[in-house]
Design a protein around this ligand. Structure first.
Ligand code: PLP
Length: 411
């Protein structure tokens, strides 16, 4: 089958919460001829994207760029800071927190998982709320021997559409006077939700290219703190490809120890120009506004939003719970087959109970209205009784809430 067979007429509605649509400007930048990654021009590109990423993570410290998916950057964060058998505290907010725990276990770490207790709407309560920092503080206070070496949390849980208050987790670690490192997955948070690496005292932040950064999959990141770099000097988990030390040295001149993904870095440079040119605050406000419009639609349908706490709704995706007895994947299938719109599936413990609408990166009001219309038609075709029109509610929201910055200026 040719890849052209995957593309019917018109634009496909890629409404999964990453990989997100790639802007034409970024696609064009990536189509430039590949250059010698050890040649004279490459260093300037390397230095530019490294500096851009420091601005996006809001850090003055080194950022590692790997030719790998986010999972690789998870492994890099753990293997550069920890030793075999080290005790790690992980908070389960959803499927990605669950998978990170699985990876840590496979690396030979001794993990302890904490979660908000109980169930809500038949699903784990911990998958409907953000990290409860008081549970982390309580556990760290009880660890008087300081056996716990790291606390791992997910900033924006892509499987549920729930964010977590990272500054509160840092305060909890400090209040317990505990030396554990703070490792944060912001794979679907970065460049969509506010993230402040230095200010929030994050030791290692992990991210990826295929979400708010509007690139195809294939690049991932570690943003470091001086404390993490120091921990790296004695960490004994095996690492070679992921090792920070050689990368930090070579990155000083804009080069890498192994072959970086040159064309994706062209794209990263272009995407960073778009994001930083507009300003991170404008980017965050745009995502919040889109998220509110999509939530207005879900509320008008009368369906529960997966995130059970309005204070921590994700700006990059919304989880929609289907009524008991309605298979959310069957609804997704109708929407895909009839309206050429891809939605995120429910993952792990909530598979079949919900679907996810991505509203991140290179999108706009009318694209989201079309996606909401596809969902509304698909839900009805699948026999779901809706309380009202989500399309109307989203239109009302977008028309009564102008963007913080005008999209276009009249000549
Ligand atoms: N963490 C989060 C929050 C994610 O959303 C994802 C992927 O969607 C991952 C980790 C895993 O990253 P990847 O699939 O790029 O390896």
């Amino acid at each position: 089958m040719l890849t052209t067979d995957f593309h019917p007429t018109g634009r496909h509605f890629l409404q999964i919460p990453g990989p997100s649509p790639v802007p034409d400007r970024v696609l064009r930048a990536m189509s430039l001829p590949t250059i010698d990654h050890r040649g004279p021009e490459f260093g300037a590109l390397g230095l530019k994207v490294l500096a851009d990423m420091q601005k996006i993570f809001k850090t003055r410290h080194p950022v590692m760029i790997y030719p790998a998916s986010g999972t690789g950057a998870w492994e890099a964060a753990l293997s550069n800071t920890l030793s075999p058998g080290d005790h790690v505290l992980m908070y389960e907010t959803g499927h990605f927190a669950f998978l990170w725990n699985k990876l840590a276990t496979r690396l030979g770490l001794q993990t302890e998982v904490i979660a908000r207790p109980g169930t809500e709407e038949g699903v784990p309560a911990s998958w409907r709320h953000g990290v409860q920092a008081d549970l982390i503080e309580e556990r760290l206070r009880a660890d008087s021997q300081h056996r716990i070496r790291a606390v791992c949390v997910v900033h924006n849980e892509t499987s549920t559409g729930v964010t977590s208050d990272i500054a509160a987790v840092r305060r909890a670690i400090d209040a317990a006077r505990h030396p554990a490192l703070l490792l944060v997955d912001t794979i679907s948070g970065l460049a969509s939700a506010d993230f402040r690496h230095d200010e929030w005292g994050v030791d290692v932040a992990i991210s990826g290219s295929q979400k708010g950064l509007m690139l195809p999959p294939g690049i991932s990141f570690n943003a470091l703190s001086p404390k993490a770099i120091e921990a790296g000097k004695t960490a004994r988990l095996p690492k070679a490809f992921w090792a920070w030390d050689e990368m930090i040295e070579m990155n000083k001149t804009g080069y890498w120890p192994s072959t970086p993904n040159t064309n994706l870095l062209y794209g990263l440079s272009e995407a960073a120009d778009m994001i930083l040119g507009q300003g991170l605050d404008v980017v965050f406000a745009r995502h919040q506004r889109w998220a509110a419009g999509v939530r207005a639609a879900v509320q008008a349908w009368g369906l529960p939003i997966q995130c059970g706490d309005a204070a921590v709704y994700s700006p990059s995706l919304t989880g929609v719970m289907t009524p008991v007895g309605v298979d959310a994947d069957a609804v997704r299938q109708v929407i895909y087959e009839r309206f050429d719109c891809s939605l995120g599936t429910g993952l792990g413990k909530i598979k079949g109970r919900m679907f996810r609408i991505g509203h991140l990166g290179d999108t706009n009001d009318l694209t989201l209205l079309a996606a909401v219309a596809g969902c509304e038609m698909g839900l009805k075709l699948a026999g779901v009784k809706l309380a009202g029109s989500g399309v109307q509610a989203a239109m009302d929201h977008f028309s009564s809430h102008p963007p913080t910055v005008a999209l276009r200026k009249a000549a």
